[in-house]
Design a protein around this ligand. Structure first.
Ligand code: FMN
Length: 225
């Protein structure tokens, strides 16, 4: 049977902001969709992180993370801020309203929040799967959760626009957004993912695939940072 990425997009999830703290106490985070509840007793969820994610490294070190569940009315920039750049070079939480709870950051506006403690991890070539116990969670407001399907079918356009706007404004105001300017910027032409790994894009193996949509290296193009 062939592998058709569209089939996998039918496994739709929600969209969350993952929060953690690095070894120096700096707040880090990323946009994730690969989260699901796997047990009721104990209360356990699974989270899958790309292996090039800095947030993943920090979770491995600290053993704890937060999840803010986004509603359909979330500012599209939140998804871009946490999904299109790395905490290695950007203080993403400074760009949004957030609160701290037991040392972990949460979006001020979310529809539910979860505090999680890592139980196990499984390392695959592309991703690391964590299982984690939910040590605290609350439903903060009503509202429908934003889904990955919403993102792919329509919300992504606004997310990308908001990021372009952000970059323009930041550059215009002379602030250093420390994004991909330090590296070449390679963008997936299918889903908009911006490669931000440590290894220069050109040196990635031929079988490298976009961590978001699964297409090959040949579907990436270089864009001005
Ligand atoms: C809509 C969307 C969904 C994403 N889902 C995941 C995911 O489930 N797991 C993951 O590790 N990265 C996911 N990403 C990619 C990360 O958010 C992205 O690689 C981010 O730049 C990592 O930042 P970090 O290096 O600060 O951890 C997603 C990005 C977007 C825009």
């Amino acid at each position: 049977m062939p592998i058709d990425a569209d089939a996998l997009y039918s496994l739709t999830h929600g969209l969350y902001i993952l929060g953690a703290v690095d070894a120096k106490g700096r707040l880090v985070g990323s946009t994730v969709d690969a989260v699901m509840q796997v047990a009721n007793k104990p209360l356990v969820i699974a989270l899958s992180c790309n292996n090039n994610s800095y947030t993943k490294e920090c979770i491995e070190q600290s053993g704890a993370f937060s999840l803010s569940v986004m509603g359909k009315t979330v500012d599209p920039f939140v998804v871009a801020n946490f999904g299109f750049q790395s905490s290695r070079t950007v203080d993403k939480w400074n760009n949004v309203d957030y609160k701290l709870c037991n040392g972990l950051p949460f979006l001020s506006e979310n529809i539910a929040e979860l505090h999680c403690k890592v139980l196990q991890k499984i390392i695959y070539d592309s991703n690391t799967l964590f299982t984690a116990e939910v040590t605290g969670c609350s439903k903060t407001t009503g509202g429908e959760p934003l889904t990955y399907f919403d993102y792919r079918s329509s919300f992504k356009t606004d997310v990308m626009k908001s990021f372009e706007e952000f970059k323009k404004n930041t550059q215009a105001s002379g602030k250093d957004i420390k994004m991909a300017e330090t590296k070449k910027k390679w963008v997936c032409t299918v889903c908009g993912y911006v490669y931000d790994g440590e290894v220069p894009f050109e040196e990635l193996p031929d079988d490298y695939v976009c961590p978001l949509c699964g297409v090959g290296k040949d579907m990436f193009e270089q864009q001005d940072a």
